[in-house]
Ligand binder design. Structure first.
Ligand code: G3H
Ligand code: 13P
Ligand code: ZN
Length: 317
């Protein structure tokens, strides 16, 4: 069942965080639904601009509709990840997405507000919710590259003004994470002090943490042992998810970790079976490993086991 992130956030606020996982293909979709159904967790499917053009955006919609039928017990939101203004309008018009992210965080404060407000007005007119972003994460995104040195943490006073002036429904904050497999160079870590200040100014308002893959060292070691070259990869400690949730983080974005599972499975498979060429053989292993990975993540996020409470809250119990 597709719901808005607003409903999921109401249930989760201050207690746990909802996992937001990116998908690009059917194997990821199957693994994601299996993992969430098995762990009884509500979840958010994220679709990036890159995912929409990887095969075709209609392919993703078709897969999600099919998965909704295959797993009728699943409760999830469909969310555009890191949208620009035009892609937000496209998703709002499509009638399929329950949530969009407008990412104008690379613009000036005033321009970010103006763009976000236009998207909020268009989305709310159709009952769709909007995530916006203030501050800049380190790492590389599709449309903008921000060096770690230039990464700007979210200013708590600006966050309050931004939410009041845009009417956005949730806010992605830069608190020290970055996208990709190489986070926290040197002694950097999560800035819980900044998060606490933001929550103080925006009590009850859902905050979002991007760049939250854990980059498990065991996964990295297995990839490297099977021919990969990911020396120095590092991520967010998953034990920090629940403390972040207590400070108002209700959505935690995870993409890179899933890519690492895919890479490990396929590298090991073809290392051990160089004669292999049936794509379904590693594909089956990946779906099963990905489902396990998702279920474990949901335990760390605290969303595992919450589906019945959410269903009851939605009046479906
Ligand atoms: O934040 C970016 C997400 O990991 C999506 O990545 O734009 O390469 O699909 P992508
Ligand atoms: P990771 O690269 O840490 O998985 O972050 C994903 C993300 O923020 C998607 O928006
Ligand atoms: Zn992101």
């Amino acid at each position: 069942m597709i719901v808005t992130t607003k409903k999921l956030f109401e249930a989760a606020y201050g207690k746990y965080a909802i996992g937001a996982y990116n998908i690009n293909n059917s194997e990821q979709t199957m693994g994601l639904f299996r993992g969430c159904v098995e762990s009884k967790a509500p979840f958010i499917i994220q679709i990036s601009k890159g995912a929409r053009t990887y095969t075709d955006k209609r392919m993703l919609e078709g897969m999600i509709r099919a998965a909704d039928e295959i797993f009728p017990e699943a409760i999830f939101a469909v969310h555009l990840d890191h949208g620009d203004e035009q892609t937000c309008y496209d998703c709002i018009e499509s009638g399929f997405y329950s949530s969009v992210m407008i990412d104008a965080s690379h613009e000036s404060f005033e321009e970010n507000i103006a763009i976000t407000k236009r998207v909020v007005d268009a989305a709310h007119a159709k009952g769709i919710v909007v995530e916006a972003e203030l501050g800049q994460l380190g790492g590389v995104e599709e449309h903008v590259s921000v060096s770690e040195a230039d990464a700007k943490l979210t200013d708590p006073d600006q966050a309050k003004e931004f939410v009041a002036r845009t009417g956005c429904d949730s806010l992605a904050c830069a608190i020290g994470t970055s996208h990709g497999a190489f986070k926290f160079s040197g002694s950097q870590g999560l800035h819980f002090d900044v998060l606490a200040e933001i929550q103080k100014r925006l009590p009850g308002f859902p905050l979002v943490m991007h760049g939250s893959s854990s980059v498990p060292q065991e996964e990295v070691a297995r990839i490297n042992a099977a021919g990969g070259a990911l020396a120095g990869a590092k991520g967010v400690d998953a034990d920090q998810f629940l403390p972040a949730a207590k400070l108002g983080v209700t959505k935690i974005n995870i993409d890179t970790d899933g890519r690492l599972v895919w890479t490990r499975v396929h590298r090991e498979f073809f290392r051990d079976k160089p004669e292999g060429f049936d794509l379904r053989s590693p594909g089956k292993i990946f779906m099963s490993e990905y489902a396990k990975f998702i279920a474990d993540k949901n335990v760390k996020l605290g969303s595992a086991g919450q589906i019945d409470t959410v269903r009851a809250m939605l009046g479906q119990g």
